[in-house]
Design a binder for this molecule. Structure first.
Ligand code: PLP
Length: 449
């Protein structure tokens, strides 16, 4: 490579700090020096089929040879319609519409705006407020940045975040379930926080409740307590609040079912998804909507007042459709479930006795370990120690891509490592993930203790 430009507006020159990813092969990334990295996080839960899946690459080539783009103000396309049919046929009952965008933030912006328009069309224009949870992330564009509950990401932009939003406590058993409290009792208590907030701000002002079905990056593969989302559903119905589940990270098979909410016995009003949808082979996200809600808009004004140039992009839709067919035809949901159990057992065997591993959790091939300074009182390492970053650096040096993050304990301190390997990973490769992660964690702990 030559030239003096940088590929990002960043505080550092990426070429001096990062390896250059040059090619991919199954679960492995290869840099420009030929070093191989086992990709155990797919960025953050993107590459569910590994890299350069031959069927998806062929589908992209085929569509690129037929039609690359047609604007949705004038046309729809075969790939967009086929993908919409495919997804709605497998979504929870009642879901009839899909809006295709280019990523997770856009999918969530779409849901926020659609919820707002539905209330307005129903004659409830005072419903504008969103309720989300602390330690949540729903994207980086302004609307969904306001929606998220991660103080570090928001502080600089406070003055330009206009969405009226409240944040309630997350459902996070490791840190919030009380001594002696059953899991279901905890789930009900956590859900009650939504009702309390709706009543505090006035039910007639609330548009939407947003949550990740299984929390990804902000806290690390945190599954909901049993019954939590069923109670959330009841509360949303009671007060006319629309319920959106953000499955940008946890959806499309990552947890062992196509939609993570299938395991919750609760059907939301909208589901957003992105990363695993196109498996990183193309940028694509989607907002799935219940048919009866889409009809509210069609019955009134008729047009959802929204849109982007690249909605329903045919090459992205063709790649996503092929991705989803591979998952189904090759039995990969079943593989996620069995490999997930194997992986969990390996993680528990290796880290279960580590005095600095407080929790090992997750579903399917969406797993995390939470690190603590003191396992008895769950005290985190202070953020300034930079534990998560150290693990990332040591893992990369050892040829492992994992996804460490912080802010676990209180939104400021606390560290975890998120693991989201491709669905095609084999048991030997899972063993390599555990070995390399163990070494990276040991080295990092030696530096901060
Ligand atoms: N929602 C969740 C749960 C995410 O994890 C992310 C990205 O990490 C987003 C939304 C935003 O998606 P994108 O980065 O594609 O805009």
């Amino acid at each position: 490579m030559s030239g003096t430009g940088h590929s990002h507006i960043f505080h550092r020159d990426l070429r001096a700090s990062y390896p250059v990813a040059a090619s991919g092969e199954g679960c492995w990334l290869i840099d420009s020096n030929g070093k191989r990295y086992l990709d155990a996080s797919g960025g953050a839960a993107v590459s569910c089929l590994g890299h350069l899946h031959p069927r998806v690459v062929a589908a992209i080539r085929e569509q690129a040879g037929k039609l690359e783009f047609a604007h949705t103000s004038f046309f729809t396309t075969g790939p967009a319609e086929d993908l919409a049919d495919y997804l709605t046929a497998r979504a929870p009952a009642g879901f009839g519409r899909v809006y295709f965008v280019s990523g997770g933030s856009e999918a969530n912006e779409t849901a926020l705006k659609l919820a707002r328009q539905i209330h307005v069309e129903r004659g409830e224009p005072q419903r504008a407020r969103a309720i989300a949870r602390e330690q949540s992330y729903h994207g980086n564009t302004l609307g969904v940045l306001a929606l998220g509950g991660n103080p570090a990401r928001k502080e600089l932009y406070g003055p330009i975040l206009g969405l009226p939003v409240s944040h309630i406590a997350p459902c996070y058993a490791y840190r919030h379930q009380r001594e002696g409290e059953g899991e279901e009792a905890y789930g009900l208590r956590a859900a009650k926080a939504l009702e309390d907030e709706i009543l505090r701000v006035g039910p007639e002002t609330v548009s939407v409740f947003f949550a990740e079905t299984v929390v990804g990056a902000t806290a690390g593969a945190v599954p909901p307590a049993p019954g939590y989302f069923r109670e959330i559903r009841r509360i949303c119905d009671r007060y006319g609040v629309l319920m959106v589940l953000d499955e940008v990270m946890s959806g499309m098979g990552r947890t062992g079912t196509l939609f993570a909410c299938e395991q919750e016995g609760a059907v939301p009003d909208m589901i957003t998804t992105a990363k695993g949808l196109g498996a990183g082979h193309q940028p694509i996200g989607a907002t799935l909507v219940r048919e009866d809600l889409a009809r509210v808009i069609e019955g009134h004004d008729g047009v959802f007042r929204h849109g982007h140039t690249y909605i329903g992009h045919p090459i992205a839709c063709a790649a996503a459709l092929e991705t989803q067919k591979v998952i189904e035809e090759e039995g990969l949901l079943e593989r996620v479930r069995t490999a997930g159990e194997t992986f969990n057992a390996m993680l528990s065997a290796r880290f279960g006795q580590n005095p600095h591993v407080g929790d090992i959790r997750g579903r399917g091939l969406f797993r995390a370990i939470e690190l603590v300074a003191d396992r008895d009182d769950k005290t985190p390492f202070p953020r300034a120690k930079g534990l998560a970053n150290r693990i990332r650096t040591h893992a990369m040096a050892a040829g492992l891509v994992c996804y460490p993050g912080n802010g676990t304990a209180d939104g400021i301190d606390g560290d975890h490592v998120l693991l989201a390997p491709p669905f095609i990973i084999d048991d030997d490769e899972l063993g390599i993930v555990v070995d390399r992660l163990d070494a990276a964690i040991r080295r990092s702990l030696d530096e901060v203790r």
